[in-house]
Design a protein around this ligand. Structure first.
Ligand code: NAD
Length: 251
């Protein structure tokens, strides 16, 4: 039981890799998994599935761009479960549906959700962890936070690059408090709800030619990387970027 006695908050957990992570944390015996998202119906369905399998989960509405909501949610998690041990800043939107790769509204949207959302999570999540004597923050970046791409809005790469370095600053600032901060960088995965070109089979087939393992990843393959960073097995790992991309960025 790798998550025994741990209270975890996972943003964007109504769908995709966030939902897979929440399910895995529950299977690994988390004391409580709090699923936070803007998709209330889908979030409640993830909670129901976890509870049906014998796990402990609840749902809270959270728009990660809203600082006031962050405060309410983190306060509620601490009041209900006695603390916060693990925060997974996973909520995000894609930049691959934009036709204008320099569209200003899209830039603001991408930076707001993907970067500022993580900043708020660290601000309130780390404050709660400090009171409990430590914790682990896992921020979802992407290979798009490490290399550039020709077909994605520049705000996606910028926001994911920001996540990569917010993570390293967090590691530098909070190491002595027993708070670890790491980033996870998935490669080609099942498309996001907001994907455009990255959901297109022709584009995906072309991308796969550059992936040494020759296939896309599965959500659980990312969830297991997140689990490692959330668990005490990674007790000396902070400021790291864990790439989960089938070798895409290795070549
Ligand atoms: P997804 O679209 O299935 O899930 C994203 C979740 O974030 C959704 O449930 C959505 O409702 C939620 N969300 C969006 N805006 C929000 C907001 N303002 N407040 C709260 N929740 C919000 O996508 P996914 O593939 O599971 O992606 C998870 C993370 O992994 C994202 O940060 C994404 O950028 C990153 N990522 C995805 C891929 C991929 O190819 N799927 C690759 C690399 C990195």
């Amino acid at each position: 039981m790798r998550m025994k006695n741990k209270v975890a908050l996972v943003t964007g957990a109504a769908s995709g890799m966030g939902a897979a992570t929440a399910r895995l944390f529950a299977r690994e015996g988390a004391k409580a998994v709090v699923i936070a998202d803007v998709l209330d119906k889908e979030g409640a369905a993830v909670v129901a599935a976890i509870q049906k399998a014998g796990g402990t989960a609840t749902y809270l509405h959270l728009d990660v761009t809203d600082e006031a909501q962050w405060k309410v949610v983190v306060d509620k998690v601490v009041a209900t479960h006695g603390g916060l041990n693990v925060l997974v800043n996973n909520a995000g939107i894609s930049g691959s549906a934009e036709t204008d790769l320099y569209d200003t509204a899209a830039w603001n949207r991408l930076m707001g959700i993907n970067a500022t959302g993580v900043f708020f999570g660290m601000k309130y999540g780390i404050a709660a962890m400090r009171k409990g004597g430590g914790g682990s923050v896992i921020n979802l970046s992407s290979i798009s936070g490490i290399v550039g791409q020709g077909y994605i809005h520049v705000g996606y790469n910028a926001s994911k690059g920001a996540v990569r370095l917010i993570t390293k600053s967090g590691a530098a600032q909070h190491g002595k408090e027993g708070i670890r901060v790491n980033s996870v960088h998935p490669g080609l995965m099942p498309p996001m709800r907001t994907s455009g070109r990255t959901a297109d089979p022709v584009t995906r087939a072309k991308t796969l030619k550059g992936v040494p393992m020759g296939r896309a990843g599965e959500v659980d393959e990312v969830a297991y990387a997140i689990l490692f960073l959330a668990s005490d097995e990674s007790s000396y790992v902070t400021g790291a970027e864990l790439v989960v991309d089938g070798g895409w960025t290795a070549v």
